[in-house]
Design a binder for this molecule. Structure first.
Ligand code: GLU
Length: 444
């Protein structure tokens, strides 16, 4: 039988990286073996579940490219299964155990009667695990308000949906003997369990908001690429057994095994994620990069249709200049500003440091005149002209470069000045030099 796996989030929060990693491992295993991957929303806790959280989870999965099979098709892709639509089924299952004498009524609730003995299972990650039933109390499966507990609904669904493998967080190990007991009571074979170690922050404490973003869509907002987060998450607690790290979706599918899941806790290292993101950014084709940046460019007011048309070559050169340093899409936006708009102010520390010495304004004025008259407004020529002028005036070229960078960008740091000058173009560059000179005159 082909494997059937599920991701079963409770919609009491957004999709966080731990949940996404669990979904991903289940998805990879299902895809690896040509099996089925089910999405089941465990929303029996009506108080704590909300539609907003459900759609947040769906958005996160879709953004990562984790697609699911089955579920009702409502005029489009599959809808997930919702436990809230199956309450009658859980009630019937509880009554069934009661009728068989495997459960008892207790103040309106139904409790599973834990038999004596031991409950054992073999975990694919941790090996054989055994619990003494003495330590498991008769646990509630149906509350007095007729709502099922997690233990009941999860087992009934895993049976009904013929789930063969359950990959989930380590924090569920203590629930597993209860689940195994319920599988046995229903006369069903338990699935294969693989409990994945938790994700830790760099301080070796359980990953939480304290460590920065944990919601998947927060990473989208910060400008991470879904394929980079996908690759990074796949290697969080799972390894190929080799040093290969940059792996495409297909390669990950080909190589995923339960044996590769590590028993030790995984540490979430943001620098590593940034490295992955940078690598994936470098590998994007020019038009693809433009497409990925587009909504951000629009939001910043930089987008114009020509960027995809007449100005495309110019824009590709601009992006080429920024690429070596950009780790996230958002960083492009910040660095793109000088190519689209005049500086809205000057780094005052930079002005003090690079422009306060006497004669500096005059040097800038001279460079402006040189650039106004230059026959060739390309990076190498602009650099040659600047260096020649500096030498004539007994000035360090660096001093003039810093001053010109401030004029052009308002900042102390930027990509290569001469490439920027060429791409910003003569008219805008000269106008910005004039603006800086006016600013200096005001301050004097
Ligand atoms: N709804 C449970 C959770 O979010 C699912 C656990 C399981 O996979 O069985 O933790």
């Amino acid at each position: 039988m082909l494997p059937r796996l599920r991701f079963a989030p409770s919609p009491t929060g957004y999709l966080h990286v731990g949940g996404a990693r669990t979904a991903l491992f289940n998805w990879l295993y299902a895809r690896r073996h040509g099996g089925t991957f089910i999405l089941r929303i465990e929303d029996t806790d009506v108080q704590r579940s909300s539609w907003e959280m459900v759609s947040g989870i769906l958005d996160g999965l879709k953004w990562l490219g984790i697609d699911w099979d089955e579920g009702p098709e409502v005029g489009g892709p599959h809808a997930p299964y919702f436990q809230s639509e199956r309450l009658e089924r859980y009630r019937a299952a509880a009554r069934d155990l009661l009728a068989k004498g495997l459960a008892i009524e207790d103040e309106g609730a139904i409790r599973f009667k834990v038999p004596p003995g031991k409950t054992a299972f073999t975990d694919s990650v941790h090996g054989p695990i055994e619990f003494d039933n003495e330590h498991i109390e008769n646990f509630v499966i149906l509350r007095s308000d007729a709502h099922p507990t997690y233990h009941l609904s999860v087992v009934v669904d895993d049976i009904d949906m013929q789930v063969t493998h359950v990959i989930r967080g380590d924090d569920h190990i203590s629930n597993t003997p209860k689940h195994v007991l319920l599988f046995q009571a229903f006369g069903a074979a338990p699935p294969v369990f693989a409990h994945v170690p938790l994700i830790m922050g760099p301080d070796k404490k359980r990953l939480s908001k304290r460590h920065g973003a944990t919601s998947v869509m927060e990473y989208e907002k910060q400008g991470y690429l879904p394929e980079a987060l996908f690759n990074f998450l796949a290697l969080l607690g799972w390894g190929t057994g080799s040093d290969d790290e940059l792996l495409s979706r297909d390669e990950l599918v080909q190589r995923f095994t339960l044996e590769g899941i590590s028993g030790g806790n995984a540490v979430f290292n943001t620098e590593k994620l940034d490295w992955f993101n940078h690598q994936y950014l470098l590998r994007l084709g020019d038009d693809e990069l433009i497409a990925r940046l587009r909504s951000r460019l629009e939001a910043a007011g930089y987008w114009r249709d020509a960027l995809g048309g007449a100005d495309r070559d110019w824009f590709v050169k601009v992006l080429g200049l920024l690429k070596p340093r950009a780790k996230k899409l958002n960083e492009f936006l910040d660095q793109l500003a000088p190519f689209f708009v005049d500086p809205d102010g000057y780094d005052e520390e930079g002005v003090k440091k690079h422009l306060s010495s006497s004669g500096m304004a005059d040097h800038v004025r001279a460079l402006r005149a040189t650039y106004a008259a230059a026959g060739d407004f390309t990076a190498p020529a602009l650099e040659r002209d600047l260096r020649a002028l500096a030498e004539n005036r007994g000035l360090k070229a660096g001093a003039l470069i810093h001053a010109t960078r401030l004029a052009l960008t308002g900042r102390m740091v930027s990509p290569g000045l001469f490439e920027m000058l060429e791409l910003i173009g003569r008219d805008r560059a000269l106008a910005r030099m004039d603006r800086l000179l006016a600013h200096l005159a005001e301050g004097a």
